[in-house]
Ligand binder design. Structure first.
Ligand SMILES: N[C@@H](CCC(=O)N[C@@H](CS)C(=O)NCC(=O)O)C(=O)O
Length: 143
C-alpha cells in the first residue's frame, strides 16, 4: 500500500492522476500546506525539502522496508516501475517505452509550464494561455 502525502496542488495532482489511471492502491495522507503542516517533524523525515507530494510505499515489491520518496518526478518514475513490474510492462516491445516516458514527462513538467506562463503574463499581460494557443492551432489545422 502506498501512502501519498498530499495537498490539493498541481504537484499533488500529478500523483493522484497517475494512481487513479493505473489503479495502484493508495491512501491519502493530507498535508495542509496552508497551515504549514509541511514543516512537521514527521513529514520532514519523509520529505526533507518540506514539499508535497511525497510517498511512502509501505510494501515495496522487492520486500524491503518501507521506501519513502519525495519530488513528483521521482515518485512518478518509481510508481511507473512498480506498475510495470505488476503488469509485465517490460515484456512489451521496447518501442512502447517512449510512450510511457513521454506522458510521465508531460505530467511531471506541466506545473513548470504554468509557472512559465505566469512569468510570461507578468512580462506581457496580453500573452495568450498556452492551452488556448494549442487549441487555436488545432482548430486551424482542422479548417
Ligand atoms: N519540485 C517539487 C515541487 C513540489 C512543490 O513545489 N510543492 C509545493 C506544493 S505544489 C509545496 O509543497 N510547497 C510548500 C512549501 O514549499 O513550503 C516536485 O515536483 O515535487
Amino acid at each position: 500500500m502506498i501512502d501519498l502525502h498530499y495537498w490539493t496542488t498541481p504537484n499533488g495532482h500529478k500523483i493522484t492522476m497517475f494512481l487513479e489511471e493505473t489503479g495502484l492502491p493508495y491512501r491519502l495522507v493530507p498535508v495542509d500546506i496552508t497551515k504549514n503542516a509541511q514543516f512537521d517533524d514527521e513529514f520532514l523525515k519523509i520529505s526533507p525539502n518540506n514539499k508535497i507530494p511525497a510517498i511512502v510505499d509501505q510494501t515495496p515489491l522487492g520486500g524491503s522496508e518501507p521506501v519513502s520518496i519525495f519530488e513528483s518526478g521521482a515518485i512518478l518514475i518509481y510508481l511507473a516501475y512498480t506498475w510495470a513490474a505488476l503488469h509485465s510492462f517490460f515484456g512489451l516491445s521496447i518501442e512502447d517505452y517512449p510512450a510511457v516516458e513521454r506522458w510521465l514527462e508531460a505530467v511531471a513538467s506541466r506545473p513548470a509550464t504554468e509557472r512559465a506562463y505566469t512569468l510570461a503574463k507578468q512580462l506581457n499581460p496580453q500573452a495568450p494561455m498556452p492551452v488556448r494557443r494549442a487549441e487555436r492551432i488545432a482548430s486551424q489545422r482542422k479548417a
